[in-house]
Design a protein around this ligand. Structure first.
Ligand code: CTP
Length: 396
């Protein structure tokens, strides 16, 4: 139907970007990006005449998004040549044709279009040898200034390379390294870099991408002062490989937050505030890190890891603290920690603060906290649920 709307408006209409790439790779992708040679806003409002959709316009970029009630979203853009007033700043936009629009894109694999108008429906537009690159598994920029104009592409190159098992082409790699070393990452806003970093972390196995970022010195440019070490890489590896398993047993948390805690552990303290404010991480993070490091140190010194001892030390740590600590231990210890989380779930005492107040007349305060803690420890040591009240009475 997009082609029909394009025909009605006499606008050449194309499917572009990641969806075309993924169609050719036979990978599902529901991110629909459309480019029209004409006004994207007029296009979207014409779609609204046919379907019950919501339109959101982004005026400065001459784009609009069409939201269908079933959750489908289509982004429509006017074909454009971006001109950058200065490097690393979001571009100004000028109306143009599809070829120029494709040329300004990040990599050849993302620079193809499929025509949607009736007459040439399904025609693949490939002006720059894109399909060949896709078949060979090559990430290649289309012009020498690509990374300078948009340094977030440095991170995108790594994301696509790792996602598809592709290789960054030699000249592209040289220009990528040069842009990194010339400090172009530092010119981008923290928010845009963070968005890209989060996309990398959302890939199935981000550890390889992070390894690659370390090798290419990108990590140092994102987090000045960070000390690369085998140890740090090992912590990242463990964090990402164990993530899903732990996540099932804890509250939700963000990978990027824990990754940054690992980074901050290896960064001089004076950089902490700068990193936190540049990327907009929670202000409480240094406190969380301090608590984590305190628990970690005690755990490293603790010989007897029975569950009641773990509980006395850390009770139920927040998800972030748990991930952080777990990344510091080998498989054997990590398994104990995991079992501990499960034991916390299955041995939760039935007696709670409310019962202690109502049935035993205790007042809110430290005493109740102490009793509940002792009770939890006892449960973790094997006290059956049926004996909880007798145990509590003995403590009173
Ligand atoms: N694009 C670009 N430069 C960027 C970001 C995006 O040229 N810095 C272009 C690419 O053509 C890309 C398209 O915009 O294909 C859509 O961007 P995005 O949705 O971020 O990426 P996808 O390629 O769709 O990747 P993904 O599969 O991760 O969504």
């Amino acid at each position: 139907f997009l082609g029909v709307v394009g025909d009605e408006l006499l606008m050449p209409t194309y499917l572009v970007g990641g969806m075309v790439r993924d169609l050719l790779l036979n990978i599902p992708n529901y991110d629909i990006d459309v480019v029209v040679e004409g006004d994207a806003r007029i296009f979207s409002h014409t779609v609204k005449r046919y379907f019950d959709v919501k339109i959101v316009e982004h005026k400065s970029f001459k784009t609009s998004s069409i939201f269908f009630s079933d959750g489908v979203r289509i982004d429509v853009a006017t074909a454009r040549t971006e001109f950058y007033e200065e490097p690393a700043v979001l571009p100004n936009v000028e109306t143009s044709t599809i070829k120029k629009d494709l040329y300004r894109r990040d990599f050849s694999i993302n620079a193809m279009a499929i025509k949607l108008n009736h007459e040439e429906y399904g025609l693949l537009l490939d002006f720059f040898g894109c399909r060949k690159d896709l078949a060979k598994g090559i990430i290649r920029i289309l012009h020498n200034l690509s990374f300078i104009e948009d340094p977030t592409r440095i991170l995108r190159a790594i994301r696509f390379e790792q996602r598809f098992g592709f290789k960054i082409e030699e000249r592209t790699l040289q220009l990528l390294k040069k842009a990194v070393n010339d400090g172009y990452l530092e010119r981008v806003t923290g928010q845009r870099l963070r968005d890209e970093l989060e996309k990398i972390l959302a890939e199935p196995e981000p550890q390889n991408a992070v390894k690659r970022m370390t090798k290419l010195d990108i990590l140092k440019h994102l987090f000045p002062g960070v000390r690369h070490s085998k140890e740090l890489q090992k912590h990242f590896d463990r964090l990402f490989t164990r993530w899903e398993t732990i996540e099932k047993l804890t509250n939700e948390s963000r990978k990027i937050t824990v990754m940054v805690m690992l980074v901050l552990e290896n960064t001089p303290e004076e950089s902490t505030d700068w990193i936190i404010s540049r990327y907009g991480f929670p202000k409480r993070l240094p406190e969380v890190l301090k608590t984590s490091l305190r628990i970690l140190k005690k755990l490293q010194e603790m010989e007897d890891w029975r569950f009641s001892n773990l509980y006395r030390l850390m009770e139920r740590p927040s998800a972030e603290i748990f991930h952080f600590i777990d990344a510091h231990f080998d498989e054997k210890k990590s398994n104990i920690l995991l079992k501990y989380l499960k034991a916390l779930e299955s041995n939760k005492p039935k007696v709670n603060g409310g019962i202690l107040i109502q049935k035993y007349g205790l007042k809110e305060g430290p005493e109740i906290k102490m009793i509940l803690k002792e009770l939890y420890c006892a449960r973790l040591e094997g006290l059956p649920e049926s004996e909880e009240e007798a145990f509590v009475r003995k403590l009173l």
